[in-house]
Design a protein. Sequence first.
Length: 77
Amino acid sequence: MKTIPNNTDVLIVGAGPVGMTTAIMLAKHGISGVIIDKAEEIFRQPRAISLDNEALRILQWAGIGDSDFQQVAIARV
């Protein structure tokens, strides 16, 4: 178990896509944060099947681009 600092601006619970993006966005504004998660290892399975335009804008603002993650097309039925 890692030691948690005594002081931080924000405590982020959960190191999934939303928690990690939140940490990146806060850090870009100079806000310190600590992320805690119950899992001890990285979850290697997808957590979302699609992203809308707003989610893509947030990821771009956080510095994450198309080349940073694998894209899989969903077939139309």
